[in-house]
Design a protein around this ligand. Structure first.
Ligand SMILES: [Zn+2]
Length: 234
C-alpha cells in the first residue's frame, strides 16, 4: 500500500492510516486522545478510503465531541466591562472595578482592574469549594458513599476524578454549569467511589441515584463545549 500517506486528510479530519494484511474491511476508531485512526486492508485505494471517511463524517464528529468532553475551543473572553461569564448556569456581566477582589455583587461579577483569567479561575475555585461541598453531602449520604473531602481544581478536560481514600476532585469549570448538571458530575464521581470503572454496575449505581442519567450525560456533552476554559485554568 505504498500510495498511502501516514495521514489522510478528509476535510478538516485527519486520519492516521495503517495497513493490515489481516483486515478485510476498514476499521475506523476515535482514540481516547480524540485522534482518528484507520486500519485498512491492503487492496483499498486512497480515494476509496477518503469516500468512506466522508460517509462516516457525522458519526466521527459525534465521537470526537464525546472524547473531548469539556470541549476544545472555548470562546475567547475579554476582561472588560460587559463581558459575560457563567456561574451556575446563568450569565453574569463583568464590571471592572479599581481595586479589591473578584466577587459577585448584585448580579455583576466584579473584577479588579488589571485582573484576568487567573483571578477569575481563582474566584470559581474559591466559591466552588463551599458550594460543591454543601451540594455533594446529601448525595453521598443517599448513595451510601464515604466521602472524605472535596477539592476544586483544574483537571484538564475531565469534569472530575476521585481517589481510593474517598477524596473527590471537581474541575472548577463545573461551576459554570446549571446545578442539575453539576449534580450529574457529583453523582458520577461518587459512583466511582463504589466502582472505579465504567461497567454496567457503575451505570446502575448512577441510574439509581439519578434516574434518567443518560439525558444529563447528553446535556453535559453539549453544554460542555461552550464553557470557558482558559489555558491558565486547565
Ligand atoms: Zn467516570
Amino acid at each position: 500500500m505504498s500510495d498511502f500517506p501516514g495521514v489522510l486528510r478528509v476535510g478538516d479530519l485527519e486520519v492516521a492510516v495503517s495497513v493490515s494484511d489481516r483486515r478485510k474491511s476498514v476499521r475506523l476508531t476515535v482514540e481516547r486522545d480524540a485522534s482518528v485512526t484507520a486500519v485498512v486492508p491492503p487492496q483499498i485505494s486512497t480515494a476509496e478510503l477518503a469516500k468512506l471517511v466522508e460517509a462516516k463524517r457525522s458519526w466521527l464528529y459525534g465521537k470526537l465531541a464525546e472524547k473531548r468532553e469539556l470541549g476544545e475551543a472555548p470562546p475567547d473572553k475579554q476582561f472588560v466591562t460587559g463581558e459575560g461569564f457563567r456561574y451556575l448556569g446563568r450569565s453574569y456581566r463583568l464590571r471592572i472595578v479599581p481595586a479589591g477582589e473578584v466577587r459577585l455583587v448584585r448580579g455583576r461579577l466584579e473584577l479588579p482592574e488589571g485582573g484576568g483569567a487567573k483571578e477569575l479561575v481563582g474566584w470559581y475555585r474559591r466559591v466552588g469549594r463551599p458550594w460543591l461541598t454543601r451540594r455533594i453531602r446529601p448525595w453521598a449520604a443517599r448513595m451510601g458513599v464515604e466521602l472524605t473531602g472535596l477539592r476544586v481544581r483544574p483537571l484538564g478536560y475531565r469534569w472530575g476524578s476521585c481517589s481510593r481514600d474517598g477524596q473527590v476532585n471537581i474541575h472548577w469549570a463545573t461551576m459554570q454549569l446549571p446545578p442539575s448538571l453539576i449534580d450529574y458530575v457529583l453523582v458520577h464521581e461518587l459512583a466511582h467511589l463504589k466502582r472505579p470503572d465504567h461497567g454496567a454496575e457503575f451505570w446502575r449505581v448512577v441510574e439509581q441515584a439519578l434516574p434518567g442519567h443518560e439525558e444529563y450525560r447528553e446535556r453535559l456533552r453539549r453544554t460542555g463545549d461552550d464553557l470557558w476554559l482558559p489555558e491558565e485554568g486547565r
